[in-house]
Design a protein around this ligand. Structure first.
Ligand SMILES: [Zn+2]
Length: 273
């Protein structure tokens, strides 16, 4: 074993997600207390049962808001039940891309609106199964030579937001996209179609991933709009995944009482290209 490989192995063992989270805490990266608008985004019936989560059906919200970050894996082997072909639904895409049916209309509208503004976007990467992410991650490990480095660019299997079927890379020209006018457009408009862009430059220390301005995660227009309003893309003290944690915690908490201390289990969000 070479020194480099040995070092990589030691790092891989030492930097378990919990350790990484502890380090993030230690350097003061905890997000602020959940603001009032989180709980205000939940609609309850007279019995206190949550009936809407930022205008989404609670069952849909439970799936759409599942944590998929560097620290938190999806349920093992998770795959959504309503995957459809993007091309068959009239959505420009790179090869045979699949998406959840629930995001088809917003995705198509986003791409059409971008085109009207002179920007070419398409589905460069949509749903990726856990098995496929094994290949994606292995290719990045081969490229970078060690897993920790690869994990800055690519999610480990089970941790990719692409496994949700609601996450889209809106290009496959990654390097050319950064800093482009199309990236600016997406940054300013993705929320109107229910997408957030979790991997910002500002949040790199929190998410553990390099910035990916092409990577959109669908959370519905109501929540994406609120996130845009609080300027999440410029903030280093919280990222989109932190807000999703708050929403999940609030939705799972009773209507009154001391809810809200939350069970935040993650400190760093995200996945990759
Ligand atoms: Zn991506």
């Amino acid at each position: 074993m070479t020194r480099r490989r040995l070092l990589a192995l030691i790092l891989a063992v030492a930097m378990t997600p919990a350790r990484a989270a502890g380090i993030a805490r230690a350097v003061g990266l905890d997000p602020p207390t959940p603001p009032d608008w989180i709980r205000a985004g939940l609609e309850r019936d007279d019995a206190g049962t949550v009936v809407r989560v930022f205008e989404l059906d609670p069952d849909l919200a439970r799936e759409v808001l599942l944590p998929a970050t560097k620290a938190d894996a999806l349920p093992d082997g998770y795959a959504p039940g309503d995957l459809v072909s993007a091309a068959a639904r009239g959505i420009p895409s790179s090869g045979a891309q699949r998406l959840r049916a629930v995001v088809v209309d917003d995705t198509r509208a986003l791409i059409q609106d971008a085109a009207a503004a002179g920007h070419e976007l398409h589905v460069g990467s949509g749903f990726r199964s856990q098995a496929y992410q094994v290949e994606v991650f292995a290719a990045q490990v081969a490229r970078w030579g060690d897993e920790e480095m690869a994990n800055r660019y690519s999610a480990r299997p089970g941790h990719s937001q692409h496994q949700l079927g609601t996450t889209i890379d809106f290009t496959d020209a990654f390097r050319g996209f950064r800093g482009s006018s199309a990236a600016d457009w997406l940054r300013d408009n993705a929320h109107r179609f229910g997408f957030v862009l979790p991997y910002t430059v500002a949040a790199t220390a929190r998410t553990g991933y390099v910035d990916e301005p092409w990577h959109g995660r669908w959370v519905g227009q109501a929540l994406a709009g609120r996130l845009q309003a609080v300027g999440y893309q410029d903030r280093g003290d919280l990222d989109a995944d932190d807000v999703l944690d708050w929403v999940r915690d609030a939705a799972g908490a009773p209507a009154s009482g001391s809810a809200g201390s939350g069970s935040r289990s993650r400190l760093s969000g995200g996945s990759t290209a």
